[in-house]
Design a protein around this ligand. Structure first.
Ligand code: BT5
Length: 255
């Protein structure tokens, strides 16, 4: 793909300007970080056909075979530091809106950063901040078969091709993502409550009995996400806000 395939008709002011395309990189977040250190403006973006060292949170591996959408964007937010954690929520709402418009399927969001299609993970978001810059990474399993994923992630994961039974146009999807993420990122700086309201409407966990492993392990019913982006869990000893951690849905409530 040539970058003009994405640029032609791109309706953003900053995101994707410029956009660098690569066949294969280690991690697009590392390439974007280097671009930011060399002075790239807010919105500069990197898209790779394949990543050999894609990563998730806490250094976890992110499988990135050819046919996926592996994108990173340089952001230079002028937010209070506490508000930086909302970047991932704005990006989640934007990416979900875009993916939904291109596929016609409902996309949910699983706290803190997963895109969910038919109860399985179809994408993830990784925000890495340092030195006044946030690198926003978005990964979506698009045009590759389910068995192109490593065996240990298959059970909880899906791809657009596997779910729809057809490919989608990556240039169209990339454009939609840049446009929607820009919209919700800008909205977040003016009106974070509205972004969080949109996030809650897509929440996969709300009402489910979950187990959280983070600083502490706890179990309870996921109630809501508060205005700081914390997940609220109703436990036997009351509502507990969770700011970091991983959540799994429990099939049955432990008695
Ligand atoms: C994430 O982390 O979900 C964030 C993923 C961000 C990937 C993008 S791609 C562009 C940019 N460049 C990068 O190097 N990264 C970003 P986390 O919540 O920590 O989830 C990681 C876990 O998801 C792994 O431990 C696996 O269990 C599972 N996993 C790995 N690859 C997957 C895939 N392709 N699809 C679904 N699940 C996957």
């Amino acid at each position: 793909m040539h970058s003009s395939a994405i640029h032609d008709g791109l309706r953003t002011r900053r995101l994707g300007r410029p956009l660098s395309l690569y066949e294969r990189v280690g991690s697009t977040n590392d390439v974007a970080r280097e671009m930011a250190e060399a002075g790239a403006p807010e919105g500069a973006a990197v898209l790779a056909a394949e990543q050999s060292g894609g990563r998730g949170r806490k250094g976890r591996r992110w499988a990135s075979p050819s046919g996926g959408l592996w994108l990173s964007v340089v952001l230079r937010p002028t937010l209070r530091l506490e508000a930086w954690r909302l970047i991932g929520f704005a990006a989640g709402v934007g990416a979900a809106t875009a993916l939904e418009s291109v596929t016609g399927r409902t996309i949910q969001l699983k706290w803190p950063n997963d895109l969910i299609l038919e109860s399985r993970k179809v994408g993830g978001i990784l925000v890495e901040s340092a030195g006044g810059v946030a690198i926003l990474g978005i990964g979506i399993n698009v045009n590759f078969a389910h068995d192109a994923l490593p065996e240990d992630v298959r059970r909880g994961a899906t791809t657009i091709l596997a779910s729809l039974g057809r490919s989608v146009d990556l240039a169209v999807l990339t454009r939609a993502i840049l446009e929607q993420v820009e919209y919700f990122y800008d909205l977040m700086q003016r009106d974070p409550k509205t972004v969080l309201r949109s996030w809650r409407m897509r929440s996969f966990l709300t009402g489910q009995f979950v187990q959280v492993s983070g600083l502490h392990t706890l179990e309870g019913v996921a109630e809501d996400v508060d205005d700081n982006g914390a997940l609220l869990i109703r436990t036997a000893s009351g509502i507990q806000p969770v700011t970091v951690g991983d959540v799994s849905v429990r099939e049955t409530r432990a008695s």
